[in-house]
Design a protein around this ligand. Structure first.
Ligand code: IMP
Length: 187
């Protein structure tokens, strides 16, 4: 399935458009896997996917890496109503030793960048010697905070619309779509 393909009948009521098809996604993820493998040879990095949104991307990216690596999942939650204060709670790293490690944080989508900024700060504080970021999608938006460092590995840039599928949800729905799409307004 490719971008612009017709939306499969079972999702036609909810999905307006296929933005990135499954074939486009898997080709790009394989390419990114090669790029990261070339950069991290001999370093045994720790991949840190951010749940839940990056679970499918992380599974595919991990299988496309041609180097030894470890994987640990973390969870990030923004406190409703306090976004501007930068209040993001991060869990899942209890008992995980990141000292002297090369870490790759794996996000589903970077929008304002607040979540990623808070995660990077926390990982650095845990003693990692090198922390880089990787995201499936980066939104082209003027909401991005100016204090967010540029993402090191970006699979795709997307327009400023709400997207679902390939791990990304709307109220916990649509994560399992094999493509990334834009919802219809009523969905
Ligand atoms: P940020 O902190 O504003 O960069 O937002 C990041 C988080 O918001 C992502 O990890 C997603 O969970 C969620 N998010 C932002 N935009 C979208 C979207 O278009 N679809 C689904 N989730 C989104």
């Amino acid at each position: 399935m490719e971008a612009g393909d017709e939306v499969p009948a079972i999702w036609k009521d909810d999905v307006r458009e296929v933005l990135l098809g499954s074939a486009d996604i898997s080709a790009r993820v394989r390419q990114l896997g090669k790029e990261i493998s070339a950069a991290y040879g001999g370093l045994n990095p720790v991949m840190l996917p951010v749940l839940k949104g990056s679970y499918i991307f992380a599974a595919d990216l991990s299988r496309s890496l041609e180097i030894p690596h470890e994987i640990q999942f973390l969870r990030a939650r923004s406190y409703v109503g306090t976004e501007s204060s930068g209040d993001v709670s991060i869990s899942g790293l209890e008992g995980v030793d990141l000292r002297e490690r090369h870490v790759i944080v794996v996000e589903d989508i970077v929008d304002t960048g607040l979540t990623l900024k808070c995660i990077l700060k926390k990982i650095r504080a845990l003693g990692a010697i090198d922390v880089r970021s990787c995201t499936l999608l980066q939104k082209d938006t003027n909401r991005r905070r100016s204090d967010v460092p540029p993402v090191d590995y970006i699979a795709f840039h997307v327009q400023d619309e709400f997207v679902v599928g390939y791990g990304l949800d709307y109220n916990q729905r649509f994560r399992h779509l094999p493509f990334i799409g834009i919802l219809k307004p009523h969905a």
